[in-house]
Design a binder for this molecule. Structure first.
Ligand SMILES: Nc1ncnc2c1ncn2[C@@H]1O[C@H](COP(=O)(O)OP(=O)(O)O)[C@@H](O)[C@H]1O
Ligand SMILES: [Mg+2]
Length: 286
């Protein structure tokens, strides 16, 4: 088993253009195993999309990339440095290199747009030159198409605009990696597509590494260089959009076609129809 794991890690992380690496990452809450020995390299400058039904562990997975959750087992590396065992103070330095668009994209309601976008800057730096900060905020807002909205409050913005302000806040410290958790959830198709375009634009213009959690397949196909599907704590599919579209695993097909709900999936899981032969070799290395 140890040998097999070693092979698994090596094959998942070959090339070493990886900025973040998970090695045999396990996360349990009590007896409940959410992530089960996951090994994964996040390639620098690319967009990796994590899909899977709600509750499968997508948010838990991406929180481990910046160690907002500590693993129960396994390791997390950022640029080759092991980070899962660092003290909080050291971790905060690492976390400054991440932008995180949380699920729901929550803004501080009591702060204006400018207050929200400057928040991470004020948290991490002693500001002496407010003029520079103003310019910085204007440039971040321009990137999401909202320069001029500095003095608005979240209550006066639409859902899509609030997401975009949250995005401007996420890029305030010019992060190397941006994590998006369900960025299009709750938006209509047009506003969702604006977010997709923004994700692509930021990746192109800032050269950032992007990780997106979503169950919106239109969005996944549009933005992903690589799509990973989680199921029962494991990665059951891993490849580009075409690989996922044509994937033989019935759970993958049902998920991407939106054919069944969680209850049906539970029945399917219990029916014992899933065998290893339904995995493509590159998806299943154990
Ligand atoms: N802090 C926590 N304590 C206990 N269970 C948790 C915690 N966070 C997440 N979970 C559980 O882990 C599982 C995966 O959650 P999550 O990653 O949020 O799923 P999703 O794929 O919808 O993002 C869920 O069953 C959830 O209830
Ligand atoms: Mg989630």
């Amino acid at each position: 088993m140890a040998e097999e794991n070693k092979e698994n890690i090596e094959s998942n992380n070959k090339g070493n253009g990886d900025i973040v690496t998970l090695k045999n990452l396990t996360k349990r809450f009590g007896d409940y195993v959410v992530l089960d020995e996951i090994s994964l390299g996040i390639e620098k400058g690319k967009t990796t999309v994590v899909i899977g039904p709600s509750g499968c562990g997508k948010t838990v997975l991406i929180k481990h990339l910046l160690v907002l959750l500590r693993p129960s087992g396994g390791e997390v590396y950022f640029k080759g440095q092991r980070i899962d065992n660092l003290p909080e103070q050291e971790l905060n330095k690492v976390r400054m290199q991440y932008g995180f668009l949380f699920q729901g994209g929550a803004l501080f309601d009591s702060l204006s747009v400018v207050g929200n976008v400057t928040f991470p800057i004020v948290q991490h730096y002693e500001i002496t030159d407010w003029k520079k900060v103003e310019e910085l905020v204007a440039s971040k807002l321009a990137m999401v198409g909202l320069d001029g909205f500095q003095n608005y409050y979240p209550a006066n913005l639409s859902g899509g605009q609030r997401k975009r302000v949250a995005l401007a806040r996420a890029i305030a410290l010019s992060p190397e990696v941006i994590l998006y958790d369900e960025p299009t959830t709750g938006l209509d198709p047009i506003r969702s597509d604006i977010i997709n375009e923004l994700i692509l634009k930021l990746q192109r213009e800032l050269g950032v590494t992007t990780v997106v959690v979503t169950h919106d397949m239109t969005s996944a196909y549009k933005i992903a260089d690589r799509i990973i599907m989680l199921h029962h704590g494991k990665i059951i599919a891993d490849g580009d959009a075409d690989h996922i579209r044509n994937h033989p695993h019935p759970i993958v097909q049902q998920f991407i076609n939106g054919q069944v709900g969680e209850d049906d999936l539970a029945v399917l899981r219990a029916s014992g129809t899933l065998t290893q032969s339904q995995f493509l070799p590159r998806d299943f290395k154990e």
